[in-house]
Ligand binder design. Sequence first.
Ligand SMILES: CSC[C@H]1O[C@H](OP(=O)(O)O)[C@H](O)[C@@H]1O
Ligand code: ADE
Length: 257
Amino acid sequence: MDISTELFGFDCTKSEGASGFSHVATLKVKTPWGPPSSPISVLHHSSSSHGKPIPIAFISRHGLHHELAPHEVPNQANIAALRSLGVRTVVAFSAVGSLQEEIKPRDFVVPDQIIDRTKGIRPFTFFEGGMVGHVGFADPFEPRLASLVQKCGHSLAGEGVRLHDKGTVICMEGPQFSTRAESKMYRAWGGSVINMSALPEAKLAKEAEIAYQMICMSTDYDCWFEGGGDVTVEMVMGNMKANAENARRFVGRCWMS
Ligand SMILES: CSC[C@H]1O[C@H](OP(=O)(O)O)[C@H](O)[C@@H]1O
Ligand SMILES: Nc1ncnc2[nH]cnc12
């Protein structure tokens, strides 16, 4: 199957609900790194501007029932499985905490940088065991993909949420959230948002020569902001529901353009 444009996301953006998408197959893919976190749904988007349906592969990062913690996500298998289907472009969604007052809960951010605060316990490379390779990672995200995504920001306007054109994601190990001191330090480092998923996903995509862009959806103000209330799972989940709806609309419009 030739898959040229893809969406790689998390459970809540299930694109079956997005306009213009139809489900064509569910694939159970095996990889040398084990099974990916979920079966891969292949959807078609009937975009008027492209003339023919665009195939999109969708994988649930934390499993179909959200059974995988951030440090348990089989990132190598996920990226390898997508690549084995011919995927060369990945748009990855992520729920993030905001480290800046102007990035309000439910806003979207198209980041251009990452700071690695994982602990080196997640398998993070394909290049080992006799196959040595080094890839540049100065720009972890694909600028052409970013500008495509940025052009779709208007689809969020009616919802009162803003799309921020750039930003730095702090990727922490988790699964515990940050201490207040850490949260304030990340702000001092220039962090815009924080999650537990950007790495090693972005590194492995780069090694696999997949163009990769993350779309961050803000759910909380972490714990640095006195006016925001400290992050809780309930807070994240509450805003996730609205974010998932906005993401569906966003994805639908993006593929129309
Ligand atoms: C339940 S909040 C922490 C969790 O949410 C984000 O997951 P995802 O990126 O898959 O939306 C974040 O990275 C953490 O893994
Ligand atoms: N405050 C936070 N820290 C880390 N990951 C998150 N995902 C959503 N909110 C988060």
